[in-house]
Design a protein around this ligand. Structure first.
Ligand SMILES: Nc1ncnc2c1ncn2[C@@H]1O[C@H](COP(=O)(O)OP(=O)(O)OP(=O)(O)O)[C@@H](O)[C@H]1O
Length: 308
């Protein structure tokens, strides 16, 4: 469990994190989203004691990170996968880390196996690809078998197999009852991995809710319906003041109405329905809407080509 109260970080006159309150609960994956510069890394750094809050506080497992006597066993962290002594082998790196906490060879071999590093464990880290470096960073985070994991962009640089592996791994860790805080800019990946979302913009929390709620609240929901007699269904719904929008593919979109209402109206009239689907758009759509005014660096819209 991670608990932040009034957490604030100022760099000179710049407020990177602006008095945020949040709790990251065990047993689920919490996605941490926000545009570049929103304050995600700064928040994660404060959670693990690498940055001192200007105001407010944050605890992991009930205590500030620095108060834990064996922090690797409490919190596993992947913040910068490149922050490894590059002349060491992966095995030696993990062994050295483990030695600070009385973690021995057996666990080192275990995390090497868990992260698929067996074939490169004896190689020096400086020869590692981005993906291998990420796997080593994840192995380091898992080393102390911690109750809480904080992973900043763990899928960065991984190939599709690696991305799927991280998804399965973090879902498994949450299912074991661990607290998982995960940042990523890949919305499609986040949509498949997270249960809860915390969305930051310019150091403030824009949303902190279950992922389905964030998507439906931001995008609104419509119901897609198919029936062989759309004209009749549209007339019945119009009688109740509900507008139906016909789509080119033969379906219809109905806004501001529940699927139950449409289903019951159709059933009462003996109308067969071939589809009744709630459509709430993508996480990417919701994210774009939520952060539209929060983006620090924005590219200009492409100029229209003019005919010569
Ligand atoms: N050491 C520092 N000194 C001065 N400003 C900093 C420092 N670290 C971060 N900042 C500023 O704080 C703000 C938040 O940065 P942070 O790296 O936490 O954002 P982020 O959400 O992690 O972004 P990204 O998605 O690009 O990683 C930014 O405006 C950044 O320039």
């Amino acid at each position: 469990m991670i608990h932040a109260r009034g957490l604030t970080k100022k760099y000179g006159s710049r407020t990177a994190v602006d008095g945020i309150d949040f709790t990251v609960e065990p047993g689920r994956v919490t996605g941490f989203l926000g545009p570049n510069g929103a304050g995600k890394s700064t928040t994660m750094r404060m959670i693990v004691g690498l940055d001192r809050p200007t105001e407010g506080s944050v605890t992991v497992g009930g205590h500030p990170y620095r108060a834990h006597r064996a922090p690797l066993r409490e919190v596993g962290v992947l913040l910068d996968a490149k922050a490894v002594h590059s002349g060491r082998t992966a095995y030696k790196h993990l062994l050295a880390m483990g030695a600070t906490h009385g973690i021995g060879k057996a666990r080192v071999h275990e995390v090497i196996g868990l992260t698929g590093l067996d074939s490169v464990a004896g190689k020096r880290v400086k020869g590692f690809s981005l993906g291998m470096g990420q796997r080593l960073g994840i192995a380091s985070a898992l080393l102390g078998d911690p109750a809480t994991l904080i992973l900043d962009e763990p899928v960065n640089g991984l190939d599709p197999e690696g991305v799927r592996w991280v998804r399965t791994l973090v879902r498994g860790l949450a299912a074991e009852g661990r607290t998982v805080l995960l940042s990523s800019h890949l919305m499609s990946e986040m949509a498949q991995t997270a249960d809860q979302l915390i969305v930051l913009g310019r150091g403030r929390i824009l949303e902190n809710a279950p992922i389905e709620d964030v998507i439906s609240r931001t995008n609104g929901t419509t119901v897609r319906v198919r029936t062989p007699d759309l004209a009749r269904l549209a007339a019945l719904l119009a009688g109740d003041g509900i507008a139906v929008s016909r789509q080119p593919d033969g379906s219809a979109q109905v806004s501001a109405v529940t699927p139950e209402r449409i289903g019951e109206t159709a059933a009462a009239a003996g109308l067969p329905l071939h589809e009744l689907t709630v459509v709430s758009g993508s996480l990417e759509d919701a994210y774009m809407t939520l952060t539209a005014d929060e983006v620090e660096y924005r590219t200009a819209a492409p100029r229209k080509e003019t005919a010569r």
